[in-house]
Design a protein around this ligand. Structure first.
Ligand SMILES: Nc1ncnc2c1ncn2[C@@H]1O[C@H](COP(=O)(O)OP(=O)(O)OP(=O)(O)O)[C@@H](O)[C@H]1O
Ligand SMILES: [Mg+2]
Length: 236
């Protein structure tokens, strides 16, 4: 479904991605783990066209999307829940979800809203609350919900568990699994929480300073001694 081939991305003279190759099949949950500054967010953003790959190509369902403007990439069926959530704090929950549906099929709004509010009942209770006054966990639910409103076929999640209490983390990962199983949603997820990310994933990649250093099934990487000592020491 998604193929990233030999991608190099720069910030000025700094090479953040140094030749990335990854593939994501339809229906998979694929996780990307790696230390702070490895380039994980840069990869998700490069897939969405900002920043752009300076070298290499990104293909989505066979089409070369490397040079498309971001809104065209979203229109093709890729949605991102960015790191730090980036919800619109002064808008209500409902207005944030409306923003997410801008590129969706006309007439789909009510059905998608219903679906998102069923996945996240908390958002339903807070539908008219200003998003910026919600808790971190609620804002994360909103960021994912907003991404889902565009009816993506590929959902990109950047650190969905960041800064959240264990119980909320569990809920968020359950919802991700549910979307994948029931809506056949393909998910590419960046996570610091390597234990959860690998447990949930069908396959995963490890990134170290702009390069993919390891790949395998979630279970293989969970059992790998190198992965364990680098990312899983001290339990999870
Ligand atoms: N806008 C920017 N301008 C310049 N350098 C940047 C910019 N964004 C990221 N970088 C640099 O690119 C590298 C990769 O950053 P990136 O945010 O992709 O890492 P990450 O793996 O997502 O890290 P984290 O786990 O901390 O979120 C880092 O060295 C970072 O300092
Ligand atoms: Mg990041």
């Amino acid at each position: 479904m998604l193929k990233v081939s030999g991608v190099h991305t720069f910030y000025g003279a700094i090479e953040a991605l140094k030749g990335i190759d990854i593939e994501i099949g339809a229906g998979e949950i694929v996780s990307l783990i790696g230390a702070n500054g490895a380039g994980k967010s840069t990869l998700l953003m490069t897939i969405c066209g900002s920043p752009r790959a300076r070298q290499g190509r990104v293909f989505f369902e066979g089409e070369d999307i490397t040079d498309l403007p971001t809104h065209e990439i979203v229109r093709r069926g890729i949605a991102q829940s960015p790191e730090g959530r980036r919800i619109f704090p002064r808008m209500t929950v409902l207005e944030n979800l409306q923003m997410g549906s801008i590129v969706a099929q006309p007439g789909s709004f009510d059905r998608e809203l219903e679906r998102v509010l069923t996945l996240f009942p908390r958002l339903k209770e807070r539908i008219n609350q200003r998003a910026g006054t919600m808790s971190g966990g609620e804002q994360q639910m909103l960021a994912i919900g907003r991404a889902l409103m565009s009816q993506p076929r590929l959902l990109l999640l950047d650190e969905p568990s960041l800064g959240l209490a264990p119980l909320i983390v569990k809920q968020i990962f359950q919802v991700i699994q549910e979307i994948n199983r029931e809506q056949k949603m393909t998910v590419f997820m960046v996570e610091q929480n390597a234990f959860h990310a690998l447990k949930l994933a069908h396959r995963a990649y490890v990134m170290v300073t702009g390069k993919i250093t390891m790949t395998g099934t979630g279970a293989q990487l969970l059992a790998d001694p190198e992965v364990r000592s680098a990312y899983l020491e001290g339990g999870h």
